[in-house]
Design a protein around this ligand. Structure first.
Ligand code: GAR
Length: 204
């Protein structure tokens, strides 16, 4: 299927970038209703940068230490994403909280992937939190981003079993496989209008 008008997606990632790669793979394997136009990162050593270069996607580095207040940093980060050209911002392993001065510039068009079944285990080390609690099922969630920590409206979830001999690493790997499946699917749902963005605006 040929999509006349594609949603411009910008990915923000801090590290390895395997979810970023899953989005790249999705758009390279088959016709998608979205196109990744840029990677923005807060970490000049992020492996995600190599993945962007390999895929021919431009990248911008915005380092936190170059800015005094968090609001100034968030504003510069939003500038690098270029709100006027961007339809959807995908956080993919971005390890900071986004403030109002960022979110206000995207009218709700910001989503995140989290390695737990929210609202359980928000924040850092979600897989270890799940193991510590002793849950028998965990998974991952793609959700809209608001000013809270992993509190926005859920778009898609996928569940995996937690096995008796799991370590944080083995559980993370099982969850990651599902992350790579549901993240492109969530972007597709938004790009086709199957899921409505809270406070939606016309896509550039
Ligand atoms: C992923 O597991 C993602 O869900 C998680 O960081 C990892 C990034 O991996 N994000 C969070 O924990 C956010 N709270 P990646 O860089 O290979 O995509």
């Amino acid at each position: 299927m040929q999509y006349q008008e594609k949603l411009n997606v910008v990915v923000i990632a801090s590290g390895r970038g395997s979810n970023f790669q899953a989005l790249i793979d999705a758009q390279e394997k088959k016709e998608t209703p979205f196109r990744i136009v840029r990677l923005v990162t807060d970490n000049r050593d992020a492996k995600a940068i190599e993945k962007a270069k390999k895929a021919g996607i431009e990248h911008h580095i915005v380092e936190r230490k170059r800015f005094g207040s968090r609001a100034e940093y968030d504003y510069a980060l939003a500038d690098a994403v270029k709100p006027e050209e961007t339809g959807l911002v995908c956080l993919a392993g971005y390890m900071r909280i986004l403030g109002k001065s960022f979110l206000d510039r995207f009218d709700g068009n910001v989503i995140n992937i989290h390695p737990a079944l929210l609202p359980s285990f928000p924040g850092l080390d979600a897989q270890q939190q799940a193991l510590d609690y002793g849950v028998k099922i965990s998974g991952c969630t793609v959700h809209f981003v608001d000013e809270g920590v992993d509190t926005g409206k859920v778009i898609i979830q996928s569940a995996v079993p937690v096995l008796a001999d799991d370590s944080a690493d083995s559980l993370s790997l099982r969850i990651l496989e599902q992350e790579h499946r549901i993240y492109p699917e969530a972007v597709r749902l938004i790009a086709t209008g199957a899921v409505q963005v809270p406070g939606a605006r016309t896509k550039p």
